[in-house]
Design a protein around this ligand. Structure first.
Ligand SMILES: [Zn+2]
Length: 261
């Protein structure tokens, strides 16, 4: 199966399963209609996919193939069993994505781009692909450099990218898992309740829980926050000053990196 067909299949299956689960076990009452937000978020997804296909496309994967052929990267310097090298490559990529997310919050220029993601007034699986195309392209470039530096095997890159998009749908889902399953899952991966804290309007909460897939990085680097101060049902989602839906149309979101406060 080609790289794009593989990613698309995983994405569609996960989207369908999660959408059904959200409808059956919703976590919060919505402020906006699903039609409106899904329209905007899918619009961004479409622009993102086009931007990727017209530019770097499967660059990370192709770089992995090239790096492997040339013997580039940290993981190719040491003799490791294939399984261990794959696991290490996957975990290191996830750690790097954690740092990328921290940087997107810390560097003002990057924050201008990343805040598009944070202006969603509700959270559901569609928030998982609400990113400005600049963020997608920057992230792609970053991954290309990483893959070359680490020497991650091409199939691990494919698996990682599919996991990352699946994890993004899952961690943004408006899904009630129940306290027990949430606590259990949270030891390994980022759950919707864990990631929702990151979308709180309270700045200290926005600057916590940066992890995308594995939950250990936030605990390790001291950015972990168990729950939002106001509770999951009553917390406000979004950014202070960006609470009016009329400022958050697709066209305005695309221009948002250039907008003022
Ligand atoms: Zn963020």
């Amino acid at each position: 199966m080609s790289e794009i067909a593989w990613r698309l299949t995983v994405f569609i299956i996960l989207f369908a399963v999660l959408a059904l689960c959200e409808a059956r076990w919703p976590r919060r009452r919505r402020r906006q209609t699903r039609t409106l937000r899904w329209g905007i978020n899918s619009g961004l997804l479409l622009v993102d996919v086009l931007a990727q296909r017209l530019t770097l496309g499967a660059a990370a994967y192709l770089m992995a193939v090239h790096a492997q052929a040339q013997g580039w990267g940290l993981l190719q310097l040491v003799e490791l069993p294939d399984g261990l090298a794959a696991l290490l490559g996957f975990v290191l990529l996830d750690l790097a994505i954690y740092f990328q997310h921290v940087l997107f919050h810390a560097v003002p220029l990057f924050w201008r781009i990343h805040r598009v993601h944070h202006t969603d007034l509700d959270l559901d699986l569609s928030s998982g692909f609400r990113f400005h195309p600049f963020e997608i392209l920057l992230s792609l470039l970053y991954k290309v450099v990483l893959v070359a530096a680490l020497g991650v095997a091409p199939w691990v890159v494919l698996l990682f990218e599919a996991t990352l998009s699946g994890a993004s749908l899952f961690s943004h889902a408006n899904l009630r898992l129940g306290t027990g399953p949430d606590r259990l899952l949270r030891w390994l991966v980022v759950t919707p309740d864990m990631h929702r804290v990151h979308h709180s309007v309270v700045p200290a909460e926005t600057d916590s829980n940066f992890g995308f897939f594995l939950s250990c990085w936030d605990r390790l680097f001291g950015t972990y926050r168990e729950r939002p101060g106001a509770g999951h049902e009553h917390m406000t989602i979004g950014l202070d000053g960006w609470q009016e839906p009329q400022r958050l149309t697709l066209a305005r979101l695309l221009r948002l990196p250039f907008a003022g406060k």
